[in-house]
Design a protein around this ligand. Structure first.
Ligand code: HEC
Length: 204
């Protein structure tokens, strides 16, 4: 019986010594009874574990890797700028076809209409919901911007407007811009733009 008590007392002491020091601070490495996943084979980015011959655990990106968000190539179609320069290109660098305009209309109505409105005059639904400063895209200043600058605005956003680059591939951004130009042209139309036989009808 004495031994039983002794063993019991020793066990209690052992448990208190081990469990009681949990969370204590020490300079010595911790005693790990179950190491869980604290210790495992792995490569540490800033350390040479001797696994790779060149001593780098952190591998270099594959040749030709492009950082997220940077254009694929320095071509006007991807950047809206003259190659090698920061100047914006004046005109859309892809052929403006009927299909492109149709695509542009569809993409515009999905992505831009909620704020800029169907006619791009800044009267979208968000105005009613308390976003009063949406730009009217028929402002003279905006009509006169280079197409490349519009591309830049759509890609990266501007001021209060967010970036639409992540939602629209470059070809679609140009399509939206082509459609926007068509909307602007529609507002700037003159009587002389109408074929002669319809002018009389319009004048009535
Ligand atoms: C969530 C609302 C919202 C959406 C969606 C939106 N815009 Fe805008 N846009 C704004 C606001 C707000 C401004 C004014 C930004 C400022 O001056 O702070 C603006 C400004 C602009 C300008 C003028 C930039 C300048 O030079 O002043 C252009 C061009 C434009 N938007 C085009 C677009 C196109 C194209 C789309 C669709 C791809 C689009 N926007 C979608 C809110 C929006």
């Amino acid at each position: 019986m004495r031994y039983v008590l002794l063993i019991f007392a020793l066990t209690v002491a052992l448990v208190v010594v081990i469990a009681g020091s949990r969370g204590g601070i020490s300079r010595k490495p911790p005693i790990q009874i179950f190491s869980d996943m604290k210790k495992q084979m792995k490569l540490l980015p800033q350390k040479d574990d001797g696994f790779f011959a060149d001593g780098r655990d952190w591998r270099l990106p594959v040749a030709g890797t492009i950082a997220r968000g940077t254009p694929y190539q320095d071509w006007p179609v991807y950047t809206g700028r003259v190659s090698g320069l920061t100047n914006f290109i004046e005109t859309i660098p892809v052929p403006v076809t009927e299909q492109l305009l149709a695509r542009g209309r569809q993409r515009f109505e999905i992505n831009c209409l909620p704020c800029h409105g169907p006619a791009a005059d800044g009267n979208g639904v968000t105005k009613k919901l308390g976003m009063p400063t949406v730009a009217n895209l028929h402002d003279k200043r905006i009509v006169e911007l280079a197409d490349g600058e519009l591309f830049n605005t759509v890609t990266y956003g501007k001021g209060l407007m967010g970036a639409y680059g992540p939602n629209l591939v470059p070809q679609d951004r140009w399509a939206v811009i082509a459609y926007l130009r068509a909307l602007q042209r529609a507002q700037l139309g003159m009587l002389d733009d109408v074929p002669a036989q319809f002018q009389a009808v319009l004048k009535k």
